[in-house]
Design a protein around this ligand. Structure first.
Ligand code: HEC
Length: 255
C-alpha cells in the first residue's frame, strides 16, 4: 500500500537527495548593505535617468541634426555619405580592387571575412591562455582590424570633398510662386524650367533663381545671351514676353 514511503528515489549521485530551496537569503541578513527596491533604489535610478535625459535634451537643442534639403530621387548627381561609423566600409568601396566589377569583394567578401573571423574566433583560437602575449595570432588579427578601421575612416574623411557636399545638400529657399501668372507661363514655355526647376529652386543643371536680387534688365540679358554654364539663346520669345518674364523672375523671393 505505502510503497516507497520514506524511500529516496535518486539514482544519480550528482543530485543531492535533500532539496535546497533555490532562493537567495533574505536581505535582512546583510544589515547596512542592502536597500529597499521601492522607493530608495528606484528613486536613485530615476534621478540618474533624468540627468541623462536632460543632458541629451540639451545636446539636441545645442546641436540640431545637420539636415539637408529634401531628398530628390531624380537627382542622380547627389553623392550620399554614410554616418561616421560606416565610413570605413564606404572607403573600402572606393579602391579599384574592391569596386566596379569587384564590388562583391569590397561589399561582401572582405567585410564577411573580417566579421566572420570575429564570430568564429572562439572556435579558431582555442588556446587556454588569457594573456594577450600568449595569443599572438588572435591579438594580431584584432590589432590589424582596428588599425584598418581607423585608417579607412581617416582616409574617407580627408579625401571627401566637404565643400561640394555642403553645396549639394544646401537647403534651398522656397518661394511662393503664382503658377498661373503670365511670367510663370513664359518661364515654362521657354524651357527655363528644365534647368532652373519647377519652383525656381535650381538643380544639377541650373542655379536657383529664388532671391536672385537681379534687376529685370540683367535677367533679360542672361536669358538671351547666357552666362557661364548657361548657354546663350535660350529665350526665343518676343521682347514683350521677355519683359514679363524678367519682371516675374526678379520678383521671386522666399516666403
Ligand atoms: C541649360 C540649362 C539652363 C536653361 C535652359 C536656362 N538656364 Fe539660366 N542658368 C543656367 C545656369 C547653369 C546658370 C548659372 C550660370 C553661371 O552663373 O555660371 C544660369 C543662370 C541664370 C541666371 C543668373 C542667376 C544669377 O544669380 O546670376 C538667370 C537670371 C537665368 N539663368 C535665367 C534663365 C531664364 C530666364 C531662362 C529661360 C529663358 C534660363 N535661365 C534657362 C542654366 C540654364
Amino acid at each position: 500500500m505505502h510503497r516507497g514511503k520514506g524511500m529516496k528515489f535518486v539514482g544519480d549521485s550528482r543530485i543531492s537527495a535533500e532539496r535546497k530551496p533555490n532562493i537567495p537569503k533574505d536581505y535582512s541578513e546583510y544589515p547596512g548593505k542592502t536597500e529597499a527596491f521601492w522607493p530608495n533604489f528606484l528613486l536613485k535610478e530615476w534621478l540618474v535617468g533624468a540627468v541623462f535625459l536632460v543632458g541629451f535634451l540639451c545636446l539636441t537643442v545645442a546641436h540640431p541634426s545637420p539636415l539637408e534639403r529634401v531628398a530628390d530621387p531624380t537627382d542622380a548627381g547627389y553623392i550620399p555619405l554614410p554616418d561616421w561609423y560606416f565610413l570605413f566600409l564606404y572607403q573600402l568601396l572606393k579602391y579599384s580592387y574592391a569596386s566596379g566589377p569587384f564590388t562583391v569583394i569590397g561589399a561582401i567578401i572582405i567585410p564577411g571575412l573580417a566579421f566572420g573571423g570575429l564570430m568564429l574566433a572562439p572556435f579558431l583560437d582555442r588556446g587556454p591562455h588569457r594573456r594577450p602575449a600568449k595569443r599572438p595570432v588572435a591579438v594580431g588579427m584584432m590589432l590589424l582590424g582596428v588599425a584598418a578601421v581607423f585608417y579607412l575612416t581617416w582616409e574617407s574623411v580627408v579625401t571627401h570633398d566637404w565643400e561640394a557636399a555642403a553645396e549639394q545638400g544646401k537647403i534651398q529657399a522656397e518661394a511662393e510662386i503664382d503658377k498661373e501668372s503670365d511670367g510663370y507661363k513664359i518661364y515654362e514655355a521657354q524651357g527655363c524650367i528644365q534647368c532652373h526647376g519647377e519652383n525656381l529652386e535650381g538643380g544639377p543643371a541650373g542655379k536657383a533663381l529664388v532671391d536672385n536680387g537681379l534687376e529685370p534688365d540683367k535677367i533679360a540679358d542672361v536669358a538671351k545671351n547666357g552666362q557661364g554654364a548657361m548657354p546663350p539663346g535660350v529665350f526665343k520669345g518676343t521682347d514683350e514676353e521677355l519683359k514679363v518674364l524678367s519682371e516675374f523672375i526678379s520678383g521671386v523671393t522666399s516666403k
